[in-house]
Design a protein around this ligand. Structure first.
Ligand SMILES: Cc1cc2nc3c(=O)[nH]c(=O)nc-3n(C[C@H](O)[C@H](O)[C@H](O)COP(=O)(O)O)c2cc1C
Length: 243
């Protein structure tokens, strides 16, 4: 039997259908506190979490995330933000420059993601299901109009949390040998061999769900075209320096 922490992590699968049960504030607070205990670059804690409850706003977010109805039909919907606002306010108050460049944006994105993942694990530990919503980045200019994030706040992704109304299988991952390397990054043949083994395993998974094509083919098509190409412009307008 694995350690309970490993068992919880290994049981993860995204949940896309939730019951109507609301998400109590006490559970949110507990999960947020657990999320906050995640490591954070130099303790700068460059993140914020915004819970959206307003029905109209949630329905608009369904549209903006590409029709993902779960956004408005889950126990709680959140927006995870990289947050440099606090740091900027402190710099302003002290009359010193806020001069960080790409590193400042990266720190915020990394800190927020580590916080979010610990938050999610905490929610899962409490018995809830979760689904990240990258669809939030489909049209950040419109999300901005809706949410009015101040300068220095970078919305990164949404998060649905709630009591699961489905029990999907876990989605297999690359074998650990294909991501864990000793001493140096392996040659391309080794990398491709690991992918071939994964493609083989995923064929059954996809076939059982009526999904066509291999994992390789899905990756090939995913990165064929520039996707969400307006992101740099949006984040720059929010105050990020991306070089
Ligand atoms: C940053 C991020 C954004 C995601 N965005 C979406 C999304 O918009 N809609 C969705 O249904 N799933 C989304 N997912 C869930 C992934 O599709 C899912 O984690 C992945 O396919 C692996 O499946 P699993 O979580 O069930 O193991 C997102 C996951 C991450 C990490």
């Amino acid at each position: 039997m694995p350690h309970p922490a490993l068992e919880l992590l290994l049981a993860h699968r995204s949940i896309r259908r939730f019951t109507e049960a609301p998400l109590p504030d006490e559970d949110v607070r507990s999960a947020v506190e657990a999320g906050q205990q995640a490591s954070t670059s130099s303790n700068v804690q460059a993140y914020s979490l915004i819970r959206v409850r307003d029905r109209q706003r949630l329905e608009r977010l369904v549209e903006l995330t590409g029709g993902q109805t779960k956004v408005a039909r889950c126990g709680g919907f959140f927006i995870v933000c990289g947050d440099t606002r606090r740091h900027r306010l402190l710099a302003e108050r002290a009359g010193v420059p806020y001069a960080t460049r790409l590193e400042g944006f990266l720190i915020a994105a990394i800190d927020a993601t580590l916080f979010a993942q610990n938050l999610c694990v905490a929610f899962e530990g409490l018995g809830y299901g979760i689904c990240y919503i990258g669809g939030l980045r489909n049209d950040l200019a419109s999300v901005q109009k809706l949410m009015a994030f101040p300068r220095g706040v970078y919305p990164l992704f949404g998060l649905c949390v709630g009591v699961p109304a489905e029990d999907p299988d876990r989605r297999p991952r690359l074998e650990s040998e294909a991501v864990l390397f000793e001493e140096h990054y392996p040659d391309d043949e080794t990398v491709l061999a690991g992918i071939a083994r994964y493609d083989e395993r995923m064929l059954d998974y996809y076939a059982a769900r009526g999904v066509e094509g291999s994992w390789s083919q899905r990756i090939e098509s995913q990165f064929r075209e520039p996707y969400r190409a307006a992101l740099a412009e949006y984040y720059r307008e929010q105050g990020a320096v991306l070089d």
